[in-house]
Structure formats: C-alpha cells, structure tokens
Design a protein around this ligand. Sequence first.
Ligand SMILES: Nc1ncnc2c1ncn2[C@@H]1O[C@H](COP(=O)(O)OP(=O)(O)O)[C@@H](O)[C@H]1O
Ligand SMILES: [Mg+2]
Length: 368
Amino acid sequence: MCTQQVILDSTLRSSQTLEFEEALRAKIVSQEEALQAMVDLYQVFSASLNPPGRPVGSLLFLGPTGCGKTRVVEAAAEILFGDSQAVIKVNCGEFQHSHEISKLIGSPPGYLGHRETHPMITQEALAASHTDKLKLSFLLFDEIEKANDALWQLLLGMLDKATLTLGDNRRVDLSQTVIFMTSNLGKDKPTTGLDEKVERTAMEAARRTFSPEFMNRLDKLVVFHSLSPEQLEKVLQIELNQVQRRVLETDKRRFLFHVTDAGRQFILQEGSDRRYGARHLKRAIDRHVISPLANLLATEQVKMGDTLCIDWDTRVGRLVFWKESPEAAAVLNVSKRTPSQLQVAGTAGGRNAEIPSPARARGVGNNK
Ligand SMILES: Nc1ncnc2c1ncn2[C@@H]1O[C@H](COP(=O)(O)OP(=O)(O)O)[C@@H](O)[C@H]1O
Ligand SMILES: [Mg+2]
C-alpha cells in the first residue's frame, strides 16, 4: 500500500503564541534568549505538554542588575493576567534567617503568633491570577543567592515535586505554576565583551554557587545581558509611552507630550548607568516628568488637547516644559503651586531668559 507523506512544520507557532510574543517584544528590549524561553514555555503550556507532577516551568534568570530579569516576568503577567503584579514575589534577601520562613508558609499550629501569620504562598494566592481562559500562576524568587538554607530546602522541594507543605500541613499544588528565580551573580565583574563569553562566565558562576541538586532541577538557565546606551534609550521610550497612556486615561485634561532628544538624554543620564542598568529610570521619570506634569495639571496650565514639549535647556540647566499657544509658544511653570497665568513668550527681545524661542518648537523629536 502506498501512503503519502505529509511534511509538518514543527516550528510553526499558534496565533495565540505569536500574539503573546509580539506583546512581550513591545515591552522588553533585547534579551532575546529570555523572550524565546517565555514563548516556548507558553507554547508548551498551551498544548498541555508540560510534565505532570512538576511545575509548568522552572527558569533561572542570571545577569546584572536593572537589565529586565524581573520585568520579563511582570510583563508576561501583564499580558497573560492583565496585571503586572499578578506574581507572587519572594524577595530572598528578606529571608536571611530560618525563622522568617514562616512568612512564606505560616507557622505550625500551636506556635505563638500562628493565627497572625498569613503565609504568602497559598493555593488561594496562586489562584488569584487565574482567568477564565488561563489557569496559570507565576511564583518569583528574586535574588536567590541571598536565600538561607531553609529557603533552599523549600525551593528544592517545590522544584522537584511541585508541592509545598504549609506550616499547618495544608498542601499547595504548584503543578499549574511557573517558578522563576533571578540572581545577580557575577554582577561585580564587568559584563561586556562577546555574548558567548558573558554567558559562559555567568554559567560558571552559577555552577560554583548553586548545588548540582538545584541546577539539575532547572528547566532552563537564561543569561541576561547588560543594556547598551541605545537599548536603554528604547527602555526609556517604552516607559515614556506608558506615562503618555496614563495621561490619556485620565478623566480630564488629556494631552500629548513629547520629549526632545536632548530632554531624553538628560533623563537617561539621571536614570541609568553601567552599574544599575535601567533600575533608576522610573525614579528619574517620576521626578523629572510625572511630578512636573502633575503640577501643570493641578495648576490648570494644561488644557485638554494641548501638546506639550519637554526639552533640555542648556542655559538654565534643566528641563523646560512648553506648549504652542495661538499667540506664541508658552512656557509652563512647573513649580507653581496655585493656578497661574501662562508666561507668554515669543515677544521679540523678551526678557525672560528661560523662554525657548518658538523656532525651537519646530523639528523636535517626538515619542516614537
Ligand atoms: N530589557 C528591558 N526591557 C524593558 N524594560 C527594562 C529592561 N531592563 C530594565 N528595564 C526597566 O528597568 C526596570 C528595572 O529592571 P528589572 O527587571 O527590575 O531589573 P533586574 O534585572 O535587576 O530584575 C524595569 O522595571 C523596567 O522598567
Ligand atoms: Mg530583579
């Protein structure tokens, strides 16, 4: 009998997975390996091929501070569960002493304070992220190199059997849970150079630090790379777009803003560096963009439909906020605390040195 062979394409992703990948790429800059690991995991889970009796996945993210290890997990939670905080986050640095484990799993009945301790990892807490379509949970152990022995034992048990026994003997099923772990291992060493070399160094550091027992239980180890200035700029753009979205979601006085190249360079300088990556970027945006914008809104200097420009003014050594007004460019006073009149600029030979000339209003960069 002659049968016909049909060649199948095993690299084809479902449209749902492709959507997930696209959404993740919109939120995460670089870190290709991590993106692929997340997408693979999602595809395997969607096809129900994750191994029974084990967590859906166990991934260790290695790399320097502020390069997106935690953000990848939060971004995936945002996409899948609609909330970046739908992750149970265990900061291992807070569990330096063995007795602190009760914060995670509660204390046994009869112990002093038993009733007051509310364990962090419970079946209910895990189920909180479930949606009608997706019964999945994320559990994140941040900076595991800081974990004490008791926490390690707990973690090993979870990775192995996908169950956790609480202080009061209740069992938590982790078979619908992805366990993420992050570590800043090797952060003191410069992580520049060839990607392969960076990866090898990080893997070696992990093997030296963590027991083979632990390493063997991991599904995947992903090395994150420090972000280049261009990549940090992309991160800034993503963050600024988020601020813009928030502004457009406010009830009133929705407006657009754009930050010039010089303005962006200033914020980048304030919020990022080689040692901390993009870690302080949000803080710099809070201080130099959100807080002044809030002042402008509160003092009614901005109206619905306005377009603001945020620019770096070398003459005054700070960011200036201005908008086009029908008469001329208007500089906004971000430090005003009461409703105030706009300072109208553009008069020839104007005396206010802080007022940028309308010519600078043209050709400024925008939030692409
Ligand atoms: N690769 C990246 N893509 C997008 N945002 C990033 C990236 N790396 C860092 N960030 C930004 O910097 C912040 C700190 O990054 P985070 O993931 O917490 O660092 P860590 O690697 O130390 O866990 C994030 O909240 C995010 O705003
Ligand atoms: Mg982190």
